[in-house]
Write a protein that binds this ligand. Sequence first.
Ligand SMILES: C[S@@+](CC[C@H](N)C(=O)[O-])C[C@H]1O[C@@H](n2cnc3c(N)ncnc32)[C@H](O)[C@@H]1O
Length: 247
Amino acid sequence: MIKRPKLSGTGKERKTNASGLTRGAKFRVKNARGRKISSVRWLQRQLNDPYVDAARLDGYRARSAYKLLELDEKFSFLKKSRVIVDLGAAPGSWAQVALKLCGRKARVVGIDLLEVAPLEGATFLEMDFATDEAEAALLDLCQGPVDLVMSDMAAATTGHQQTDHIRTLALVELAFDFARKTLGEGGVFVTKVFRGGADQAMLAEIRKCFASVRHFKPPASRSGSAETYLVAKGFKVSSRHLEKESD
Ligand SMILES: C[S@@+](CC[C@H](N)C(=O)[O-])C[C@H]1O[C@@H](n2cnc3c(N)ncnc32)[C@H](O)[C@@H]1O
């Protein structure tokens, strides 16, 4: 069982006003004057978020650590993993969770557009995963079959819903492609997807390659966020040939 942060209050008192600011919240941003509404809203949400508190106390670099912990609590895939690829790794909280739960024998190979501070047991590349060079560099570091490919990549949002949806789908497709090339028999693929889950054609492809495919929104994922996660377990190495046939 993971330690789940306590959510205080009944929920009724945490109403949001027209500016999106939370009434009745435990902490208010006192020096809000001169700040943009969006940044006040972000600060207030951070100050009142029990997962932010818990991450600080547990030594995780980000609250998103609890999303992976909750995904693992439901689908148990971390303990058995030895070689783990972490796509969109910054600031490194998923890598921290993976190394903590998988033990000393595990190795994490991560990539992000941003620099990730060093972590014992992990190697991070500061590169764009969408480039051929990044894929080659990752393959080089993995040195053999991978047990778990996890992607928490999120493209910077433009505010244009359709554009954001397409950019996210492109990242999921790239991550799936990489998982299909690198996973060993029985391997696991975990990826962030957005509302509505993966695109139907891609979902059909994913189903062909794995024994089970499920969508799940962990409690640590904010209810207002469109993100959810796809967990595909039991990779079938023989499905790599399906890709070649349809090429
Ligand atoms: C939500 S954060 C990941 C948080 C991370 N799982 C953690 O717990 O610390 C999403 C990350 O995806 C990265 N990202 C987005 N597009 C990327 C790309 N094309 N290549 C590499 N990283 C990318 C972003 O830079 C960002 O750091």
